[in-house]
Design a protein around this ligand. Structure first.
Ligand code: NAD
Ligand code: 3DD
Length: 481
């Protein structure tokens, strides 16, 4: 048995705790905001109406690790109406909307452990609190966004097999916090996560970075349970990632800095779904947009949309505002930062906080930090020039604003709910699945009514000509939107 002295920063689990939020008195404000979003989330409301009576999730425990916003509160209430027993933690230390967390806690639709401004130790405490039920059991299903909950379980199982992987870890602060928790867990019960993993029917993963992690696990034959890649549903990634960021990026930058975008040079790193939305947004505000890319196809797309495609080395001296949207690592380095204009604004909208080399600033005795306001820091460099960093390099739309609007999240979360129902009903093999095309089209149909859309119907003659069923699906799987 591993004898474990607890790190001083370790926070004991308290499984009797019904919830932990910033202020429970914010619940009424949360309920009102949730009520306002009902009309803007037609997909979720339709799914509640269709599946509510059947209660397909009855008797199943669901753990969620996904930004605790008003929109997520609506997802939680939907899963609750479908019969689930739910525990929830947020997906980022800055992304919780405290009135949303309070509303869910007060209503009791989930045991929620989340507040805006968590430390990293508290973030991983919340994740472990949400993963373990008061009787010591774990979830049947996981809703994950970025893979932190999936990672906790997988690393726990690995550590119980070989506790030495927890020794002398020199990783990121995130990794160190997770390892500190697992050291205590393995010492207390060297079978906890092995037993929990055996009972998990599957995970539905929300975002690109989390999906990459799932395929990496699958390729190494280390995946412990079935996984559904929600991100690659067309009505998720071609909507949330693209149109959601097209609205929420500017919201984050403006709430943080009130900066005028018109006429400024905005550098967008990455021209995938998120980068496309970011570039379009900045262009719409009248900014000059430079794009950086590694992928020739995405680079060609950017060029043919009229954006100048350059390297970050060139963009560093030209940009006024920098946005990373790559899901990659150290895309903006300390070297780039040293070359930037005075008071350049730097932010990230990718899932994790390592797209900007924050350690260059945080571990640099010659870089002086001034907190302008929460999630807005001015770093003054040895050169005398400063940069304004938003949300400490974490996703700016959720750290400095409230994330995507409800309507686009209704698409994403309709897919999440359909994925959870699929995991509940079907005994799947342990591999990564995507949702069938029919469900993608069903999600799209549920949202047309809110917009002034009149869909054209195929005539039988046309259906015969195309070799398609009159009622669809109209695009074969291999079509890309
Ligand atoms: P994507 O894979 O479609 O696009 C990422 C792009 O970045 C790719 O085209 C890739 O070629 C490019 N890239 C990678 N490394 C690069 C580098 N060093 N320089 C320039 N370009 C580089 O992914 P996506 O769906 O656009 O998501 C991007 C990130 O945003 C992911 O981490 C995802 O999880 C996250 N995301 C955040 C939100 C949000 O609300 N904040 C919403 C959706 C997705
Ligand atoms: N994400 C953006 N806005 C969100 C909101 N209002 N609530 C919950 C999550 C929200 C992040 C999602 O886009 C997630 O799907 C992702 O990161 O891909």
């Amino acid at each position: 048995m591993l004898q474990q002295t607890k790190d001083p920063s370790y926070i004991d689990l308290d499984l009797k705790l019904p919830y932990k939020v910033k202020e429970i008195c914010l619940a009424e404000e949360g309920h009102k905001d949730m009520q306002l979003s009902e009309k803007e989330m037609p997909g979720l409301m339709a799914i509640r109406e269709k599946y509510g009576p059947e209660k397909p999730l009855k008797g199943l425990k669901i753990m969620g690790s996904l930004h605790m916003t008003i929109q997520t509160a609506m997802l939680i209430d939907t899963l609750y109406e479908l019969g689930a027993d739910i525990r929830w933690a947020s997906g980022n230390i800055f992304s919780t909307q405290d009135h949303a967390a309070a509303a869910i806690a007060e209503k009791g639709s989930a045991a929620v452990f989340a507040w805006k401004g968590e430390t990293l130790e508290e973030f991983w405490w919340c994740t472990e609190q949400a993963l373990i039920w008061p009787d010591g059991s774990g979830p049947d299903l996981i809703v994950d966004d970025g893979g932190d909950a999936t990672l906790f379980v997988h690393h726990g199982v690995k550590a119980e097999k070989d506790p030495s992987i927890l020794e002398n870890v020199k990783g990121s602060q995130d990794e160190i916090c997770l390892v500190d928790r697992l050291k205590v867990s393995v010492a207390e019960d060297p079978q906890r996560w092995t037993k929990i993993a055996e009972n998990i029917r599957g995970v539905s993963e929300e975002t690109t970075t989390g999906v990459h992690r799932l395929y990496q696990l699958a390729e190494k034959n280390e995946l412990l349970f079935p996984a559904i890649n929600v991100n690659d549903a067309v009505t998720k990634s071609k909507f949330d990632n693209l149109y959601g960021c097209r609205e929420s990026l500017a919201d984050g930058i403006k709430r943080a800095t009130d900066v005028m975008l018109a006429g400024k040079t905005v550098v967008v790193a990455g021209y995938g779904d998120v980068g496309k939305g970011c570039a379009a947004s900045m262009k719409g505000y009248g900014a000059i947009v430079l794009v950086t890319e590694i992928d020739p196809i995405c680079a060609l797309q950017a060029a043919m949309e009229g954006y100048e495609v350059v390297t970050m080395e060139e963009a560093a001296t030209r940009g006024d505002i920098f946005v990373t949207a790559t899901g990659n690592y150290h895309v903006i380095t300390g070297k780039h930062i040293e070359q930037m204009k005075d008071e350049s604004i730097i932010c990230n909208i990718g899932h994790f906080d390592n797209e900007i080399e924050m350690s260059y600033l945080e571990n640099n005795p010659k870089a002086v930090k001034t907190v302008v306001k929460p999630q807005v820091d001015k770093w003054t460099l040895e050169s005398g020039r400063s940069v304004i960093v938003l949300a400490e390099g974490r996703l700016v739309n959720l750290g400095c604003a409230t994330g995507h609007p409800s309507f686009v999240m209704s698409n994403s979360f309709s897919n999440q709910t359909l994925a959870q129902i699929k995991l509940a009903k079907e005994d799947l093999e342990t591999k990564v699945y995507t949702l069938p095309k029919e469900l993608d089209e069903e999600v799209a149909r549920l949202h047309l009514k809110n917009l002034s859309v009149t869909l054209t119907k195929l005539t039988q003659e046309q259906a015969d000509y195309l070799g398609l069923p009159v009622e669809g699906p109209y695009k074969p799987e291999h079509y890309k939107y």
